[in-house]
Structures are given as structure tokens and as C-alpha cells.
Design a protein around this ligand. Sequence first.
Ligand code: PLZ
Length: 446
Amino acid sequence: MTDTLSHAPTSSTSARIVTEIPGPRSKAMHERRVKTVSAGVAATFPIYAASAHDAVIEDVDGNRFIDFTGGIGVMTVGHTNDAVVHAVADQASKVTHTLFAVAGYEPYIEVCELLAKHTPGNFAKKSVLVNSGAEAVENAVKIARKHTGRTEVAVLHHGYHGRTNLTSAMNYNMHPYGTGFGPLAGSVHHAPNSSPFHDGLSGAEAAERTITFLEKRVGASQIACLVVEPIQGEGGFIVPAEGYLQALVDWCHANGIVYVSDEVQSGMARTGAYFASEHFGIEPDLVTSAKGIGGGMPIAAVTGRAEIMDASHPGGLGGTFGGNPVSCAAVVAVFSEVDKRGLLNEAKRVEKTLKPALLDLQAKYPVIADVRGMGAMLAIEFMDPSTGKPAPEVAKAVQTHALHAGVLILTAGTFGNVLRFLPPVVITDDQLLEAVAVMDDALASL
Ligand code: PLZ
């Protein structure tokens, strides 16, 4: 046991393992957990966090981990970001809750102003604030249905949109999100996506395949909205072929369909732009955001064309906690941090350091079939070079090896054969390269 619990990690901290993993305190907590926490909640890593700063998490046993997960893409501005912590404490001492629909407060309006300014598209925009990514997607669908008077919802293969009844139906993978939880919401249609590494199609060819499916199976006139992640997150950081998304937007607009960009994972500086849609030159009708916008506080939003966002009658949108003042204060601080500290460029720096290092690993280990992504949203995909089949066991083995060496990495992909890197964009180059060296060791030992 060490005395490090009193010292929070600093930005330059490297990984440090001082106990077996999990350590005795984490083990004891786990024993308490299994008695009262539902087994339905996954436990990816067997450690329990005591403190965190920037890109480092320290567990209750004093082990320090370089964090490539960022709480699944949430901690873009860094753990316990000073500006966020200060804004939260300040707001908590003023007003913590009124329910915006009962008595308003300025931070909610400020957040909607910031989202109107920084989401793609040069037109009048409005927002509604909610609590989670899934709730944002649900609301985007509600709004699109009300606006169009249509019922059907289109999504893409390998997509992920949440765990509520409707969003579970919108996920590509039935397991673990839908299995046994049915009946899931109906009127959801899954169309082929664009995945250049796997399908070899150009953007135009992939768009034709998607559109043909939707026109034949559903009928364009029936579709309220098409919900698309610009870079598919849980699906394995799939970057669509050039021109694909624009072709879908054009088709939606020609057919009165609301195009929804689900930027819950890819949004807010993650890819080196405020929203990843910008990289593809598209202007979605609606954008969902969550994760990174709150700097660790729970908040999410639907933002989009004012005339669509105003489709609902008063009282049709909302909820008790949506746009909580403390969470809103955090969002305002996050936007200010991105601007003041140039965090869009920091995300690009992460790509500039990490991508070549991952390509070097690929040159050394043919089991790495693909290196892809943008900014601080990068991934490697493992395939067995002899069979060409997905190799989830390699992803798992590297993840486990890295955990024991002090690096937290998440898997992704429909087949679980992808490792994804979603670090806080304030992670240092040294920390990035330290983590790559750990993966190198892991692959060498396989
Ligand atoms: N849309 C694109 O990535 C959340 C899920 C992690 P919530 N992705 C991480 C897990 O195992 O629960 C996500 C997303 C996209 C919607 C969501 C849902 O956001 O805030 O988790 O509801």
C-alpha cells in the first residue's frame, strides 16, 4: 500500500502499478459491488477510481493508469479540468435546480447559444437540453416525427444510439442491447452503411446501396428521419467513404426527410473539429451531442434548424433534470476551454503523434489490419492474417496486458476486434508514446 491517495495525478504523470491488478482495495469494493449493484451493469475493468486529472486515473490502491477511454469519450477537456471544476462549484453555490420549464436560468440559454454557434450550418438554430445521449436521440426522433408527420426511422448497420427502448431498437448489435428486453420499438429500419476498409465501395456506390434499400424496403415518403453517426463509434470508428454522407443529406433533402447527425461520441472537439460533420462538409438538420460537451457532467442536447426544433407544441419536450444549471455551467466552461486552450488543435496533435505510431505497429504486426479515425478518435482493427476473419481475442489480450501495465483501452466493433483510443485531448505526447510501447510489448508477447 502506498501513501499516494493524498496526491492527485498531474498532467505529466506516467503509468505506475504498485499492486497486483486489481489491488486489495479494488477487490474489496468489488465484493461490496456484486451484493447491491445490478449484474446488468458491465464492469470492463476491475479497478475503482479514487482521483483523476487530465489523462490519468488513480485507483483506490494507488495505481496510476493512462486513460485512453476518457469515460467513453467524455473527458475531452481532461479529468477534473480546473475551469470545469471551478464552474461547477460556483454554480452549485448559486442555484442547482429549478427545472428550466418552471423557472428559467441563464446557463441553459448560454448553452443553446453556444450550440447554435458551433454546430455545423449557417442558419437559425434552436436546442433542447436533456440528460443523456440516448435521450437526445429519442428527442431528435420525436421532433422529426412531429415536423414531418411521418413515422418511420432509418439508421445504418453497425450504428449505436443508446439503451432506451427506442434507441435499443436503433442499435445494430442486438446483443447485449436488445436480447430479452423486447418488444423493442417498431418502425426502425436498418440500412447498409459505408465502411471502405470492409466493403471497398466508393462513397457514391455505398450511398446508392443505402438509398436503394430505404426506397425499396421503406419508401422515402414514409421516413421521418435518417439518424447517422458521422464516424461510427461503438461500431468500430468507421469513417465513411468520401461523399457518402453528403449524398445521404442530399437524398434526405430531396425527399423531405430530416437528417440527424448523432455526434454523441464524435462531437465537441473529439476529432479536431467542434463536430465531425464538418470534416465531411455536411450541414445536418439536427445534431445530437452529449458526452464531451459536459466535461464529465451529465447533459445532452438536440440542436438544429429552428423551424424543425419548433415543431413540438409547448410541453412536448423536456423533463425534470434536462439542462440542469450545474451541468450547463460545465458546458459553458468546456466551450471556453476548447477556445482558450486551442483544444481543436490538441485533438489534431493527438492524431499526429498517435497515428504514425499505430501505423508503425501495423508494419510490425500483420494482425493489425487497419488503422483509422480522426483527431483523438483513432482505432486499430485486428484480423487474423491467415483467415481474414475478425480477431477479437487479440484485442482482448492487448487490452488485458495494457491494464496490467497501467493503460486503459476500450474495445469496439460489431465483432469486438477493434481497440479504440478516446483519450482526453490534453494527453501529452509522452503519455501517448508510453501507451503505444505497452501495446507493442503486448503484441510481441502474443
Ligand atoms: N449515440 C453515437 O456513442 C453512447 C455507450 C457506452 P448515452 N456510446 C457509449 C455504453 O456501453 O453504454 C452513445 C453513442 C452514440 C448515443 C449514445 C448513447 O449515449 O449517454 O450513453 O445514453
